[in-house]
Design a protein around this ligand. Structure first.
Ligand code: FAD
Length: 381
């Protein structure tokens, strides 16, 4: 997918020069104040950081230049994650995985219209895939779109739609054909979230945040030119999207883990910690390094232009394991202070980490993909 080249190695002189330039930029621009964990404050902070990264030229590193990227080999995304984590800066916004669907399947007009503003942060997207009756079994989705002249009319409900309350656009999976097997009757639409008939209802999470939403569609008209790919391509588009969503570098998770680990180690150095806590930190350090190496390998493999396949499930499992260990360790290290709220955000972040084994496809589903599609084990019934 990149404009220039085929691949790069972490020790190449150009990569080292890029790293040095990025490190210097982060030293000058990384926000000093802590990232708010909740609500509008978090969204505003994230948007400002997104725009700063974009202005600095650090968004869309491996995206084609024609759509606002820099056309670099995918490995540069790993360097970005490494350096952001090292600097203790907030992770880059995870906008990429939805845009990747458009990059692979969209028309030239769609790519030119939507991708530059997605990368710059001028427009926010959400992912309208899951429904009350279709999560792990996504192909069972029932939100219906019926073609009427030059538009689809959409009726149905989505759930767990992150960021829907402030999104401008939704990549929406809908059922357009009831006559074919369920995987083949799904299409993907780009939906303007300001269209009449869309109602967004926030869901309050255990940590008090309202990242998720229910989204209801009642006779929502979507122009037929907003179909991504061809009608019936929805399943392939969904699989491409989740392939990127499961990549820890694409969603900025690997930089988050390095940042948190550094904070925990600094805390442990200046406080009394017991043997178990030291061991947990050592284990977390190993897991962060394993993930870092694995991310670099996965991104190098991507430079042939093909989207990530089932091997993305390994990334997702490693990422989940690391996230949950880090936040559990943080909870142990900060002890009563975390539980009473005296130390801000530790408990809330721990709660959120429990969702890592669900978001983007549950760990059980990832293990099934690894077993069946990578190891060739017999399919379950
Ligand atoms: C933080 C977060 C953000 C999210 N953001 C979005 C978003 O922006 N857009 C969106 O569309 N969705 C989003 N989701 C939804 C997410 O994709 C689904 O929650 C996930 O796919 C699981 O679906 P479900 O919740 O319906 O659980 P279910 O599919 O009902 O699963 C319930 C349990 O049964 C297990 N299970 C189900 N089927 C099998 C099987 N075949 N084999 C073994 N075990 C099985 C699951 O592993 C799980 O433990 C988000 C979820 C989270 C947690």
């Amino acid at each position: 997918m990149s404009d220039r080249s085929a691949s790069a190695g972490l020790d190449d002189p150009e990569v080292a020069a890029f790293r040095a330039e990025l490190r210097a930029w982060l030293a000058d621009h990384a926000p000093a104040d802590p990232t708010p964990l909740h609500g509008e404050a978090r969204a505003v902070y994230g948007a400002a950081w997104h725009r700063a990264l974009y202005r600095g030229g650090w968004m869309g590193l491996s995206w084609p230049e024609a759509y606002g990227g820099r056309g670099l080999p995918a490995l540069y995304e790993a360097v970005l994650n490494d350096e952001i984590g090292r600097a203790g800066a907030p992770a880059a916004p995870h906008v990429g995985f939805l845009g990747r669907a458009l990059l692979h399947y969209g028309t030239e007009e769609q790519k030119l219209r939507y991708l530059p503003s997605l990368l710059s942060g001028d427009e926010v997207w959400c992912q309208g895939f899951s429904e009350p009756g279709a999560g792990s079994d996504l192909a069972a989705l029932s939100t219906r779109a019926v073609l009427q002249n030059d538009r689809y009319v959409v009726n149905g409900q989505k759930i767990w739609t992150s960021d829907a309350a402030w999104a401008d656009w939704c990549l929406l999976l809908v059922r357009t054909d009831l006559e074919v097997p369920k995987h083949r009757g799904i299409s993907a639409l780009v939906v303007d979230m300001a269209t009449p008939g869309i109602e967004v209802r926030p869901i309050v999470q255990i940590n008090g945040d309202t990242e998720f939403n229910e989204v209801f569609f009642t006779d929502v008209a979507v122009p037929v030119v907003n179909v991504v790919g061809s009608p019936g391509d929805g399943w392939s588009i969904a699989m491409t999207t989740v392939g990127y969503e499961r990549g820890p570098a694409d969603v900025g998770f690997s930089s988050r883990y390095a940042r948190l680990l550094n904070e925990l180690v600094a805390h442990a150095r200046s406080n009394e910690v017991d043997e178990q806590q030291r061991l947990a930190l050592a284990r977390a350090h190993v897991q962060v390094e394993v993930l870092r190496a694995h991310v670099a390998r996965s991104l190098t493999a991507r430079d042939d232009g093909s989207p990530p396949g089932p091997e993305g499930s390994i990334d997702k499992l490693l990422s989940t394991r690391t996230e949950q260990l880090l936040h559990r360790t943080a909870l142990d290290l900060f002890g009563a202070g975390a539980l009473t709220g005296e130390v801000a955000d530790v408990l809330s972040a721990y709660f959120y980490s429990r969702a890592a084994s669900i978001a983007g496809g549950t760990s059980q589903i990832q293990r099934t993909i690894v077993a069946e599609r990578l190891l060739g084990m017999p399919r379950g019934r």
